[in-house]
Design a protein around this ligand. Structure first.
Ligand code: MG
Length: 243
């Protein structure tokens, strides 16, 4: 019997950058009555609030790890309280921005004509590039034809090998301090809850090499690959009916 159930956010609990459904929120409330529930997403804390936490009304056993585990919060005294936050320094941020600029020059990359919001976002514990911008509608992101993120990542790895760089979501690249990824997040949870890796499970839609969920695999945690929120709901229901 698992004690800690960890979920990815985008594509797992919600559609990418889309508000959680009331049905999913209700299932998570039920699950918290019997398990510790942790959400580990690439999104920033403010995006977590917009898309996830502000639509919930039960937080008794809920923990969130925005920016791939570079930050860890629990709900305490009616507010989200950090357990830790690994802020990037101004020097680190500058280095990451410059690496993106250089990578774009190297591969002759230009932003699409139509973009939505910031292309590169400072999430404080993470820097995130989104091909179409941070606010791009899901349908537009899904219809993106040429994905040049792998080429960009290849160049970034040359300029900033001291950072972790991963594909995320539908059109994003996340950069965090080296070693800070969803695997690190799982290790932190083991220590924090004082449980073994066998007591935890990770549920995600992108547990594939090169994608940000994949980092959990090195910890040896049991994983459940889902095709999307409907599939995740089926998994949660299967936990709820267990004796
Ligand atoms: Mg995902």
């Amino acid at each position: 019997m698992k004690k800690v159930i960890c979920f990815d956010l985008d594509g797992t609990l919600t559609e990418s950058k889309t508000v959680i459904t009331s049905e999913m929120a209700e299932l998570l409330a039920k699950l918290q009555k019997i398990k510790k529930v942790v959400i580990i997403g690439g999104a920033s804390f403010s995006q977590f609030q917009k898309q996830f936490t502000s639509h919930l009304n039960y937080f008794d056993n809920l923990y969130i790890m925005p920016t791939c585990g570079a930050a860890f919060f629990k709900y305490e005294n009616n507010k989200w309280t950090p357990i830790y936050q690994l802020h990037l320094s101004p020097v680190e941020k500058k280095k990451i921005y410059e690496a993106f600029d250089q990578a774009f020059v190297d591969i002759d990359y230009h932003n699409p004509e139509l973009t939505y919001g910031q292309i590169i976002e400072n999430r404080d514990t993470e820097i995130s590039f989104s091909t179409l911008g941070q606010e791009a509608p899901l349908s537009t992101r899904k219809s993106l034809k040429y994905d040049r993120r792998p080429e960009i990542i290849t160049r970034l790895k040359i300029y900033i090998p001291e950072f972790s760089i991963a594909l995320s979501g539908t059109n994003t690249i996340d950069v965090t301090r080296y070693g800070i990824d969803k695997g690190y997040a799982i290790e932190q949870l083991g220590e924090y809850f004082d449980v073994s890796i066998g007591d935890m499970v990770f549920v995600g839609d992108a547990i594939y090499e090169g994608r940000n969920d994949y980092a959990v695999v090195r910890t040896g945690i049991d994983t459940v690959l889902v095709s999307g929120p409907a599939d995740t709901q089926r998994f949660i229901k299967s936990l709820l009916v267990l004796p």
